[in-house]
Design a protein around this ligand. Structure first.
Ligand code: HEM
Length: 474
């Protein structure tokens, strides 16, 4: 009897699973979903995705599926059916239709930790207003007239304290964090910034965990860190409100938020600042580190870059002044190196969105509510768009005629990265001081990894020698 019940249960389960798959396959055909594989119930192809990106190969998950199904395919990752696009036109369509056909959609671990008033999660008119406010605080003329001096000064200050062996990734993170704190709230580096940064490290670690405090120590730690960061920022916001009432005005992002017509609450301002600090911190510092790694592995490019910067430095021999806007504008090869690092390293590999309605594209339907991932990295690493796409070749940018759809490291459309120019300036100034002040060799072999984010396994340890004393001419 027991055997019969067991047999019946097994038969019912098998029938239900087959029925589920048949139903899904028939809906698949009816809707003309992009081809693909939804994998196992619930987990889909998540494990394949994670294990693929833990290797050194930059795009194994997408490469394999593009070969089988073409540049738009269906999969099922992180608990949801998802359409992946490795097609530049489709990616452009996704970016341009933000807020009309698609809306941004972050995993709940990230949205919980960022807070609902962060720019990355805002929608509609408020997003439009705050996006343009952020753009106006980081545009070329603000950088030229106000931010460049601090960028130059803080980068030099950091490099002065380096010993003969550093973990470049750590140093670069410290630099970008200090720059962001200065630009957002006019705070110079000190113990306060460093202890805030330590909490940030814990907070960001929580982005890629299961957002269940009971199951994940990392997530619990991240929530605690978020509370501490919010308290610290909240205190600054309250102090600055008082100073403003007393007529003491500063010229930074926080001042713009306090002066805005919207009458933002402290909580709104804290969420907003907290997310801006995240957005420019890991991204820019990773590109700084990887530019150095790629240059180290490509000595001819490094020699050409050094020549460009030694020339700028030599011109400054008399005055020994900080870098000026005209110096930044006379770094053509540096811009090639920055572009090539952004293309090859792709710290933001693409964007997740959610379809707001059934969307018809390229003969397929993306059903309402489905997730979509527009992969920039897949396009950037495709030989059809970039010759020998997987090797570091900064010279390709000297006569570049690639369309803007194809190279999108900063996204596009209404959510175009508002920090794109700022990041370029920070990267260029960093490279200038790095190559003019130091010669270096890697202290250990270090691998590039792509999960959960693009980074090197050992934080890129290097041995340094000073080429000249800080402040001295070459
Ligand atoms: C190499 C450095 C950087 C890269 C590669 C990068 C890349 C990106 C990308 C691809 C997006 C679009 C995300 C989407 O569409 O969902 C984005 C958005 C954003 N970035 Fe950057 N970023 C960098 C540096 C910065 C810096 C320095 C800031 C500081 C101001 C910044 C602030 C932001 C913000 C606030 C958003 C959200 C915009 C919105 O949702 O409206 N980023 N970034």
């Amino acid at each position: 009897m027991e055997f019969l019940i067991l047999f019946l249960l097994l038969a019912v389960s098998l029938c239900s699973i087959s029925f589920f798959y048949l139903l899904r396959a028939s809906r698949h055909r009816r809707l003309r979903l992009p081809p693909g594989n939804l994998g196992l119930p619930l987990i889909g192809e998540t494990l394949q995705l994670i294990s693929a990106y833990k290797t050194e190969n930059p795009e194994p998950f997408i490469d394999e599926r593009v070969k089988r199904f073409g540049p738009i395919f269906t999969t099922h990752v992180f608990g949801e059916p998802t359409v992946f696009s490795a097609d530049p036109e489709t990616n452009r369509f996704i970016l341009q239709n933000e807020g009309k056909l698609f809306e941004c959609s972050y995993p709940s671990s990230i949205s919980n930790l960022l807070g609902k008033h962060s720019l990355l999660l805002m929608k509609g008119n408020l997003h439009k207003r705050m996006h343009s406010l952020t753009m106006s605080f980081a545009n070329s003329s603000i950088i030229r007239d106000h931010l460049l001096d601090d960028i130059d000064r803080l980068i030099r200050l950091n490099m002065e304290s380096w010993t003969d062996r550093v973990f470049l990734m750590e140093e670069a993170k410290k630099i970008t964090f200090e720059l962001a704190v200065k630009q957002l709230m006019s705070f110079d580096p000190g113990e306060w910034t460093e202890s805030l940064r330590k909490e940030y490290v814990l907070l960001i670690e929580g982005f890629f965990t299961v957002p269940l405090p009971l199951f994940s120590t990392t997530y619990r730690r991240a929530i605690k860190a978020r509370t501490k960061v919010a308290e610290a920022l909240g205190l600054i916001v309250r102090q600055r409100r008082k100073q403003r009432e007393a007529g003491d005005e500063k010229k930074d992002m926080l001042a713009a938020l306090l002066a805005g017509d919207d009458g933002f609450s402290d909580e709104q301002i804290v969420d907003f600042l907290l997310a801006l600090l995240v957005a420019g911190y890991e991204t820019t510092s990773t590109i700084m580190t990887l530019a150095v790694k790629f240059l180290t592995e490509t000595p001819v490019a490094l020699a050409q870059l050094k020549e460009e910067h030694d020339h700028i430095r030599a011109d400054k021999r008399e005055s020994r002044k900080a870098l000026e806007w005209s110096d930044y504008k006379s770094m053509p090869f540096t811009q090639c190196v920055v572009n090539e690092t952004l293309r090859l390293a792709n710290i933001i590999s693409g964007v997740f969105r959610r379809a707001m309605t059934d969307i018809h594209i390229k003969g397929y339907t993306i059903p309402k509510g489905w997730k979509v991932f527009g992969s920039f990295r897949a396009v950037h690493l495709e030989h059809e768009h970039f010759k020998e796409a997987r090797s570091f070749n900064p010279w390709r940018w000297q006569n570049n005629s690639s369309s803007p759809n194809v190279f999108t490291p900063f996204g596009g459309g209404p959510r175009l990265c508002p920090g794109y120019e700022l990041a370029r300036v920070e990267l260029s100034v960093f490279l200038h001081h790095f190559v003019t002040q130091f010669s270096w060799v890697p202290a250990e072999d270090d691998k590039l990894l792509f999960f959960p984010t693009t980074r090197t396994q050992k934080r890129y340890p290097i041995n340094l020698k000073r080429r000249y004393k800080c402040g001295e001419a070459l």
